[in-house]
Design a protein. Structure first.
Length: 110
C-alpha cells in the first residue's frame, strides 16, 4: 500500500472513532434511558458503516478509473478508433462508486 492510501484509511478510522465517542455521556436513570443510549450507539455504528461503504467504494473506483483511463488514452493514441470501445470500461469503473453509495443509502434507511 502506498502512503496516500495509508493516510486516507487512517484518517477515516480517526473520524469513525471520533463519531462514536462524540456523543455526550448520559447517566441512565431507568430502563428506557438505557435502551435509548444503546440505540444511539447503534445509529453511530450505522453511520460509520455507511461512511466506510462510500469511502472504500470511491477509493476503489478512483484507482480503477485512473488505471483504465491511462490505458484507454494510450490505446487511443495508437488507434483513434478505440475511443468508443474504451469509454464504457471507464463508465463501469465509475459505477463502483454508485454501488457504494447505494449500499450506504440502504444501510442508513434500514
Amino acid at each position: 500500500m502506498n502512503k496516500k492510501m495509508v493516510a486516507v484509511l487512517s484518517m477515516m478510522m480517526v473520524i469513525a472513532v471520533a463519531g462514536v465517542f462524540a456523543q455526550a455521556p448520559q447517566e441512565p436513570s431507568d430502563v428506557q434511558a438505557v435502551e435509548q443510549s444503546s440505540a444511539g450507539l447503534g445509529s453511530a455504528v450505522k453511520y460509520i458503516a455507511a461512511a466506510l461503504a462510500v469511502g472504500i467504494a470511491c477509493i476503489g473506483g478512483g484507482s480503477a478509473v485512473g488505471k483504465i483511463g491511462s490505458a484507454a488514452m494510450g490505446a487511443m493514441s495508437e488507434n483513434a478508433e478505440l475511443s468508443g470501445k474504451a469509454l464504457p470500461f471507464v463508465g463501469l469503473a465509475e459505477g463502483i462508486c454508485l454501488w457504494g453509495f447505494l449500499v450506504a443509502l440502504f444501510i442508513i434507511i434500514m
